[in-house]
Design a protein. Sequence first.
Length: 135
Amino acid sequence: MRPYSQFLDQLRTAGLRPTRQRLALAKLLFGGEDRHVTAEILHDEAQRANVRVSLATVYNTLHQFTDVGLLREIAADASKAYFDTNTTKHHHFYLADQGMLMDIPGDEINVDNLPTAPEGTKVDSIDVVIRVSNN
């Protein structure tokens, strides 16, 4: 099997043209276990892997991957966006002191007494982020 073939198929199935930069970033993102990254983290990893890509391209690619369902964007901190390779329904602890996310299985949190959704809409999902610190 060619080193990029699984990522090539993944991008094509998602409807994205498999450019060299998208393939390289997909390999970094999806080549191991599920994880949470920021654009800056992925950009640093790309630089260490000798992938020539600008931070703007990393941001654009992360948003493109999110738009087609390959990633979930998590708003845990007002100053940066995190991207999760695990797209199943689940929640997160945000370790504020360390600036990192940890998964909470989706069935470990129950949300009761939701307000009625605005007319003509329905609740698709609920994302819970529990912020914790060492203090």
